[in-house]
Design a protein around this ligand. Structure first.
Ligand SMILES: NC(=O)c1ccc[n+]([C@@H]2O[C@H](COP(=O)([O-])OP(=O)(O)OC[C@H]3O[C@@H](n4cnc5c(N)ncnc54)[C@H](OP(=O)(O)O)[C@@H]3O)[C@@H](O)[C@H]2O)c1
Length: 375
């Protein structure tokens, strides 16, 4: 990977944050959508990053952001962002680090165009997740996979976070994989409507109903889980030898994906040991103290009726996974319920944490780590 000429390192510094440190300019591609709006709320007060550009489709380009967006967040739209002009989704942009919340069809081409032009792309879209040399990373689970960018053909890079259901699943599986080994996983998801983007699923489809089908979702959960839990080696990933079977359902919940998981472990242990593995789990983002890292990343509930989306999706600022109902399974070994916030941990928040990790490890060309850590 070479350092592109489009900006110099000094261009990356705009104004100091509260700690007197310079902030890193970033752009949001697809800023008007459901995930794009989450990026705006998360980045508006971020201690390291500062939004300097927003992009969307041609129909939004040229408009002030406040006119182009149908703002659906509880937090008010920050004034400084409201008046920014939405740009077309193409280089050049006045930053090196770009977050992509693009519709997958747009992301196919645009993310490669940006990476070719020297930008470091942190993507939510499914387009490049399964490319052999593209890291698909949950920072607590497989931070070492970021080394794959050294094998990419771009002047910049593309790194990705997984599908919104896969994130909650792999975060819950990781401590069990490490402590006991996992050979089989069966998961049934109950996914929130915000996962379908804007304008989303129609009210006629969702009220008094659920839909037992989400296009391509089950295949993504199965293949992404094996890639993330696999081993990065010589420019690609050997998928984990775990059999994963997924069933995906859309349910009338606004935010928060709930997953009923059953699994077979390689070592026979008791419920208390499984719960302790969840409770004691901590990883690289927590050790580094990354700004968006939840502490702890997994919360364990002991009540028989938890986790629930309305009550538990915002734990750890929407970045923690909550697990509960850990109990023996009469077919496999154990079953439990996991809940994660799909547009925070499962999308924009997951990307922001991933970008923090990449910056902290000195992987973004021309961008200095605020922690002074290098890879
Ligand atoms: N929603 C979730 O929970 C979730 C979770 C994980 C991953 N994802 C992934 O994240 C991405 C964004 O999802 P979303 O739910 O936010 O989708 P969305 O609400 O449909 O937003 C899509 C964004 O892409 C822009 N766009 C569409 N076509 C474009 C084009 N041809 N050129 C440039 N920009 C274009 C839209 O701009 P306009 O407003 O101008 O049309 C909008 O800003 C998707 O790839 C999705 O699969 C979503």
């Amino acid at each position: 990977m070479t350092t592109p000429d489009l900006v110099t390192a000094s261009d990356q510094v705009i104004e100091p944050n509260q700690d007197g440190q310079p902030r890193i300019p970033v752009a949001v591609l697809g800023a008007t959508g459901s995930v794009g709006q989450r990026f705006v709320t998360l980045l508006a007060d971020h201690p390291w990053f500062e939004i300097v550009a927003l992009t969307a489709s041609q129909s939004s380009a040229g408009k002030p952001y406040s006119e182009a967006v149908h703002w659906m967040q509880e937090q008010p739209l920050p004034e400084v962002i409201a008046s920014m002009e939405v740009k077309a989704t193409a280089p050049p942009l006045p930053c090196r680090l770009v977050f992509s919340a693009l519709d997958a069809r747009a992301a196919d081409r645009a993310e490669v165009e940006f990476a070719d032009a020297g930008y470091f792309v942190v993507s939510n879209a499914g387009s490049h997740r399964m490319d052999p040399d593209v890291p698909l990373v949950v920072p607590e689970v497989n931070p070492d996979h970021l080394e794959l960018i050294r094998h990419q053909p771009y002047d910049g890079a593309i790194i990705t976070n997984p599908n919104c259901s896969t994130i909650g699943l792999v975060l819950a599986l990781k401590p069990l994989v490490d402590a006991f080994g996992v050979s089989q996983v069966q998961v049934v998801t109950m996914q929130a409507v915000s996962g379908a983007g804007l304008p989303g699923v129609s009210s006629m489809a969702m009220i008094d109903n659920l839909v037992p089908f989400i296009t391509n979702e089950e295949g993504k959960i199965e293949s992404e889980t094996r890639k993330i839990l696999g081993r990065a080696n010589a420019g690609s990933v050997e998928p984990a030898e775990i059999v994963v079977s997924a069933q995906a359902n859309r349910v009338p919940v606004i935010d928060g994906h709930t997953e009923c998981v059953a699994l077979r472990l390689e070592r026979k242990v008791g419920v208390a040991e499984v719960e302790e593995a969840f409770r004691s789990f901590s990883s690289v983002p927590q050790v580094l103290g990354l700004p968006t890292a939840p502490e702890p990343p997994i919360r364990v509930r002991s009540e028989p009726d938890r986790p629930q989306p309305r009550l538990d999706r915002s734990r750890g600022g929407g970045m923690a996974v909550t697990v509960g109902r850990v109990r023996p399974c009469s077919i496999l070994d154990f079953k439990f319920v996991a809940l994660s916030h799909n547009t925070l941990r499962g999308a924009a928040g997951g990307s922001v944490l991933l970008a923090e990790l990449a910056v902290a490890q000195g992987l973004v060309p021309g961008v200095r780590s605020p922690l002074g850590v290098t890879s």
